[in-house]
Design a protein around this ligand. Structure first.
Ligand code: C2O
Ligand code: CU
Ligand code: CU
Length: 497
């Protein structure tokens, strides 16, 4: 199935220095841009792929999926040779899992990935993969903690009860020290929990409900992916100079002149997007990390940090048939990362879907103001001349005692202070939290919705509040800039009875 060149790619996946960057790639570098660059590629020539939906085997009410993590081939752009990726079932992105609230899912993850070679481990110990369902409310042994990794050639069954609200989650590798590399090479996929009660809202469904997994990559002219952990990327994380949606560089989607629902997931290692439509019309946000917002919010720009999700409705009925709308990223407002994908409004259509004013009930979590929030400092240190990232002065290690111990059932405020000059998207496992404060400014939690990731801005701070229910045991919290995570900005917390 692989030819010689691709076998060489497998052998040298990400090995820095194997290839020099092509002489014709003369693109200006934006801040945080990779040190080498991809060839120039024509945008909007490949159709948006919709990842395959995994078909489960039923065992009673439980849906059982089997996924094999392995190398595979993918065409990332019309004008590029095929790329060796690591994917769930060898596809990138992984198959979409569709779950129903209240109906359990088991995913058997089989590890047939190649071992990392010495140039890929950067003197860090090699670590086997683990799979985390990001945003899920699950028992600790099914949360994909890197301590419970999957042996090569072996498997692990992850049990997901799906008792939480309907939401767009995503599953990805969570290996110790190597999450950045493994996700970059393709180990991520969408997991949608549908709440049958939400059907009454009559939001766009079926082919009009489309997941968009946005990621940036550097792709060499031979098609191989370039992942380099060097001085610059240890600082800012690994950035790409090409934007891919569902595994294809700047795709297009032919749409009907009607409403669509897009589950936008930022699956990038480090890049924060500012999503915007070229039509100048606002995006209508109906949901975020933890499911539907109380009511739709029109936003001219939606900022989206790594692992944040935005559930968005775009009504193409307002756009003349035959015209095009570009989903832009105004964070890098020029160059190859300024445009994400293009919608071509191809035909008029009946639209029987709705966009109700009330989407879901909301209640603020309440707390005792006399109890101060728990405090975490997100900081940078230098060890042997190299940047590392710490929380409360600790580099993550799996053998440390937990940084915080929380009573089961407690409602706690957590404050994250960021004295560094990088934004840190803070992610807490197990819970969906509410946002109380950003940089000293009190927030209306209902406008943020239920979140599992929030940026602590450079030089700023955030306070969130969460209800720790359901399970006791060890969970993680970390920066979701995957290089910061791999280089130490992560901690265990433990929920005790
Ligand atoms: Cu999406 Cu612990 O991560
Ligand atoms: Cu997570
Ligand atoms: Cu960070």
């Amino acid at each position: 199935m692989f030819n010689r060149r691709q076998w060489l790619q497998i052998g040298a996946l990400g090995a820095a220095g194997g290839l020099v960057s092509p002489p014709w790639s003369a693109r200006a570098h934006e801040p945080g841009a990779p040190s080498s660059s991809s060839p120039l590629l024509t945008p909007f020539v490949d159709p948006l792929p919709v990842p395959p939906v995994s078909e489960p085997m039923m065992q009673g009410k439980t849906r059982i999926h089997t996924l094999v993590m392995r190398a595979g081939l993918a065409r990332l752009h019309r004008d590029l040779p095929k790329t060796v990726i690591w994917g769930f079932n060898g596809v990138y992105p992984g198959p979409t899992i569709r779950a129903v609230r209240g109906e359990p899912v088991v995913i058997r993850q089989i590890n047939r990935l190649p071992l990392l070679n010495a140039s890929e481990t950067h003197a860090m110990p090699d670590a086997l993969p683990a799979v985390h369902l990001h945003g899920a409310h699950v028992a600790p042994e099914h949360d994909g903690h890197p301590r419970e990794s999957i042996p090569q050639g072996g498997f692990r069954d992850y049990h997901y009860p799906n008792t939480q609200r309907g939401a767009a989650l995503f599953y990805h590798d969570h290996s110790h020290g190597h999450t950045g590399r493994r996700v970059y090479f393709g180990l991520a996929g969408t997991y949608l929990i549908e709440d049958p009660a939400e059907r009454l809202l009559n939001l766009p469904r079926g082919e009009f409900d489309v997941p968009l997994l946005i990621q940036d990559r550097v792709i060499r002219s031979d098609g191989s992916l370039e992942y380099v952990l060097d001085h610059a990327s240890r600082e800012s994380g690994v950035f790409g100079d090409l934007i891919l949606v569902n595994g294809v560089v700047q795709p297009f989607l032919r749409v009907k002149a009607r409403k669509y629902r897009f589950r936008i997931i930022n699956g990038s290692n480090a890049r924060i997007y500012d999503l915007q439509l070229s039509s100048g019309r606002p995006l209508v946000q109906i949901g975020c990390d933890g499911g539907l917002l109380p009511s739709p919010i029109e936003r001219s720009v939606i900022p989206l940090a790594p692992s944040e999700r935005a559930d968005v409705v775009i009504d193409f009925a307002a756009v003349p048939v035959g015209s095009k709308v570009i989903l832009r990223n105004c964070a890098g407002c020029s160059g190859s990362t300024a445009e994400i994908m293009q919608f071509e409004v191809a035909e008029s259509a009946q639209d029987d879907s709705s966009l109700p004013d009330c989407l879901s009930p909301w209640e603020n979590l309440s707390y005792d103001p006399a109890v101060p929030p728990r405090q975490f400092e997100l900081n940078r240190r230098t060890v042997n001349g190299q940047a590392v990232w710490v929380i409360n002065d600790r580099i993550y290690s799996m053998s440390q005692p937990p940084m915080a111990t929380v009573r089961l059932g407690a409602i706690e405020r957590w404050r994250f202070v960021n004295p560094t000059n990088h934004p840190h998207p803070v992610h807490i496992h197990l819970v969906q939290f509410q946002v109380l404060n950003i940089n000293g400014v009190p927030q209306d939690p209902a406008r943020h919705g239920w979140k599992d990731t929030l940026v602590a801005p450079a030089g700023g701070e955030i306070t969130v509040i969460a209800h720790f229910t359901g399970y006791t045991g060890r969970y993680l919290m970390h920066c979701h800039n995957l290089e910061h995570e791999d280089l130490g900005m992560m901690a265990d917390f433990e929920i005790i009875p």
